[in-house]
Design a protein around this ligand. Structure first.
Ligand SMILES: [Zn+2]
Ligand SMILES: [Zn+2]
Length: 176
């Protein structure tokens, strides 16, 4: 038995967005990282090896709109939480044909009673206060359930995670 709203592995791979290379940062291949959430659906972060996020997507079978809970989840994991804006979240109800042959086949076989809802979070490079171009980064060093999203210029290719940086700073104090 599967949990209500959950999405099969075959369908998840059929839903994978086509973003093979990192945009305007390093041209490296973008990989999918799954993130554990308290929600029934499937959450992926697509990022390059340096941590620049192309897009995150949350997929759930639901009649209800999952946008708000996804936004809250992302805000709790972003430094600062204001990185997550309504403007950058896009929710789509997906049907078979537009998802490609593979997904269409799976959906035709499964005959889902709930529509497939996908919430995309995509932050395009933006100008920071100091005038530098900022990108959305993710750090996975805090566990699969605790990705940290932050903005960075990416000048050093790999960004500087504010949570990792704070832990490094607090270490000498702990040892005392
Ligand atoms: Zn990159
Ligand atoms: Zn970190």
């Amino acid at each position: 038995m599967t949990r209500a709203g959950s999405v099969s592995a075959a369908l998840r791979s059929a839903l994978r967005p086509k973003t093979p290379r990192c945009y305007r940062h390093c041209q490296e291949p973008v990989r999918a990282h799954s993130v554990s959430t308290p929600f029934p659906g499937y959450w992926s972060v697509y990022a390059c090896p340096g941590g620049v996020v192309s897009v995150t997507s949350y997929v759930e079978r639901s009649r209800k709109d999952p946008t708000l809970k996804v936004r809250r989840f992302l805000s709790r994991r972003s430094v600062p939480p204001s990185l997550v804006t309504r403007h950058d979240l896009r929710t789509a109800t997906r049907h078979g044909p537009e998802l490609g042959v593979m997904a269409e086949r799976i959906l035709a076989r499964d005959r889902p009673t709930r529509p497939l809802k996908v919430v995309y979070w995509r932050v395009y490079p933006f100008q920071g206060r100091d005038g530098s171009e900022q990108r959305l980064f993710v750090c996975f060093r805090h566990g699969r359930a605790r990705p940290v999203f932050y903005a960075d210029s990416g000048a050093a290719r790999r960004g500087t995670c504010p949570v990792c940086a704070a832990e490094t700073l607090s270490k000498p104090r702990r040892q005392r």
